[in-house]
Design a protein around this ligand. Sequence first.
Ligand code: ADP
Ligand code: MG
Length: 307
Amino acid sequence: MRIVVALGGNALQKPNEKGTPSQLWDNVRRTARLLAASIGDNEVVITHGNGPQVGQLLESMIMAADVYPVQTIDIADAMTQGWLGYLIQTALEEALGFRRRVLALITRVLVDAKDPSFLNPSKPVGRIVSQREAEELSKRYGWKFERDPRGGYRRVVPSPEPLEVLELPIIERLIRDGTVVIAVGGGGVPLVRQGDRLRPVEAVIDKDLASALLAIGLRADTFVILTDVEGVAINYGRQDQRWLREVTTEELKVLYAKGEFPPGSMGPKVLAAVRFAEATGNPAIIGSLDEAPDVIAGRRGTIVRPP
Ligand code: ADP
Ligand code: MG
């Protein structure tokens, strides 16, 4: 079996945590133990988010800006791939009793320079700042800020569609060869092709959409999205909330169009699952990390079936 597993934020850091190294290690080790049994002898690619960590990194760079130059988001993305990839890689090798080799790969993803999101940055990154700070930072770095619903301002960046995973061929060779690969961390490092050059762009690609693109490219047998809820619900958070156990892509698209799934959270997961199931004819599953073995086996979570 060829499996792509996308890990959500809760695999690395819990909402009440600051993200100290020992907290990260604890969470990643727990995640690795949850995944180990399902990995077995399968061909496996693990992907992961980087929201809190890339935010922290960008913030730290601003704080040190008088001493060290502030790096760009694409560089920060690559840094989080190394940071988190290293943790996952080490924890997974341990959990697998060193029977498998695990490799974290810096992964670059092509986007379109004309993607509409470049004209309308909407993805919030980093912490909330005051209006004065926002004005200073936009003057100094040309960053865009938007009002946050909780008050104050947050930097917003474009979130373009992922078009091509540059490392796809090498990932395929590695998994064929028995290596467990960690790839497209944080949605991948975004670049655009410009003639014979690759130009980095300051953007954050959605990790679920990038993971789906990778899973489609690999023709995976299953695409699993692990998060902090037991699956996809309709009427989420309301009295009449109902978890979906099995749903077709057609049904899910109707619900998506009705606005059941918000853009920043369940929306991209549903879209990613639909794209995968339609492109490959194989099922995608969205479920809870805590129940990972059962979700990966299709016994828990929401199974998204092709038409
Ligand atoms: P991750 O970090 O795993 O990518 P997100 O926080 O982005 O996770 O998305 C998962 C969250 O989506 C859940 O914690 C839940 O609060 C929210 N959510 C919104 N709408 C729904 C829905 N219809 N069904 C299930 N969860 C939903
Ligand atoms: Mg989350």
